[in-house]
Design a protein around this ligand. Structure first.
Ligand code: PMP
Length: 417
């Protein structure tokens, strides 16, 4: 199989899906089918945008029903029943039970839009310009989001220096040496250090694109304490790690702190419909009307899908404590077993956000190609694409999860054996 060219339609520009040289015609749950009738288990799930799988029947039905009513599909900033239902459901099902008091902003359709809004808001609120972010961070492809992204390959294309941001070491970057933030406190307190107090620090609790690096909860809490002490806003980018991926709806829930600003996108609609939210403490609402706007912020199909998904999966804790918790055990157990049997392999991640890191930088890509040949879609991440990244739908049936892990185990043996 030639995985280097994907020439189905010659006019399409290079993209990372060249590793999957086929045409997908059907997608249901955790399975996609190509036009030759081959079935693939999907442990990529739209890069984490399909946490409840493809075409969940109840969500699909709700969207289909809505489409037949002639209710507004695109409504920009106008209020519609679908938008109102979403806001009420998000408040009642997600925010209130967690004791969270956030304003909800629709910053634009994608993850990078919510990051831009968060960065702008932090600068406006504090009057400071500088933003700190982390080694190996990924926050999106627009200029502001790129400036806080760690991967220099992704930033190169911008062609101009990206200013007003500095990178600091993520947890375990030096092999566990960044347990506390004393060094950062020291430079922030020292007028001779040349380090200006930042407006905000932006962090992913698990770095997806950066190689499935999961920060320890105590490290995250120490970061939150530092921000609190120095009046620096803490932005958690939960675009990939949120919406249940780590085992709780928000990825910071178990770490015992409340971020000032939270970015959500990807799986918030639960149906692959573009949607993003920026959540922030009410007292940070300094926006003038129209100061941050955009055309596609009123996607009613996304609102309907999101409301249905939230009610289906999060109205009580039966999904979180039941199928999700069980799947997390299956995934982590499976990955530990694979890593135990393969030289130079280690398990990464948290919850159903799994990674397998290989010392030999060539291995992950070869294993992903072999998985495709055997009927499993799985992507690589990390600065050298040296990590296999597992994002199966949260509700993947156990037998499919186990079958997929079996394909990975066999592929690792084929490649490394
Ligand atoms: N933040 C994080 C943590 C992400 O993983 C991504 C997407 N991979 C983004 C932001 C950007 O989201 P989008 O691609 O929807 O712009």
């Amino acid at each position: 199989m030639d995985t280097t060219v994907f020439t189905t339609v010659e006019s399409e520009v290079r993209s990372y899906s060249r590793g999957w040289p086929t045409v997908f015609v059907k997608a249901k749950g955790a399975v996609q089918t190509d036009e030759d009738g081959r079935e693939f288990l999907d442990f990529f799930a739209g890069a984490g945008a399909l946490n409840y799988g493809h075409n969940h029947p109840k969500v699909q039905q709700a969207v289909a029903d809505y489409l037949t009513t002639d209710a507004p599909v695109h409504s920009m900033d106008m209020m519609t029943p679908a938008k109102r239902d979403f806001l009420e459901t998000f408040r009642d099902v997600i925010l209130q039970p967690r004791g969270l008091d956030y304003k909800v902003m629709f910053p634009g359709p994608t993850g990078t839009n919510t990051v831009e809004a968060a960065l702008k808001l932090a600068r406006k609120v504090t009057g400071r310009q500088h933003i700190l972010s982390f080694t190996n961070a990924f926050h999106g492809m627009t200029l502001g989001a790129l400036s806080v992204t760690g991967n220099s390959m992704k930033r190169k294309g911008a062609g101009i220096p990206l200013t007003n941001s500095s990178k600091i070491p993520y947890d375990d970057y030096f092999g566990g040496a960044t347990e506390d933030f004393l060094w950062l406190e020291r430079v922030l307190d020292d007028s001779g250090s040349g380090v200006d107090k930042p407006a905000a620090i932006i962090v992913e609790t698990v770095q997806g694109e950066g190689g499935v690096n999961a920060a320890r909860l105590e490290w995250l809490k120490a970061l939150a304490d530092l921000c609190n002490k120095h009046e620096i806003l803490l932005i958690v980018d939960d675009v990939q790690a949120g919406c249940g991926r780590t085992g709780t709806f928000f990825s910071f829930e178990e770490a015992g702190f409340t971020p000032d600003i939270v970015c959500l996108s990807k799986s918030i609609s639960g149906y692959g419909q573009p949607m993003a939210l920026t959540l922030f403490r009410p007292e940070l609402d300094v926006w003038e009307p129209g100061e941050h706007n955009g055309t596609f912020r009123g996607n009613n199909l996304a609102f309907v899908a999101a409301t249905t998904s939230l009610r289906e999966f999060w109205a009580d804790d039966s999904f979180q404590k039941g199928q999700l918790a069980e799947n997390i055990e299956v995934l982590r157990g499976g990955l530990e077993q694979i890593a135990g049997a393969a030289e130079g392999a280690t398990v990464r991640g948290r919850g159903l956000f799994g990674g397998l890191h290989f010392e030999d930088l060539e291995v992950a890509g070869k294993v992903a190609a072999e998985c495709f040949a055997q009927g499993l879609l799985v992507e690589t991440s990390g600065p050298d694409d040296e990590v296999l990244k597992f994002l199966p739908p949260l509700n993947t049936p156990k037998d499919q999860l186990e079958r997929g892990l079996g394909i990975v185990a066999a592929a690792v043996t084929t490649v490394t054996g």
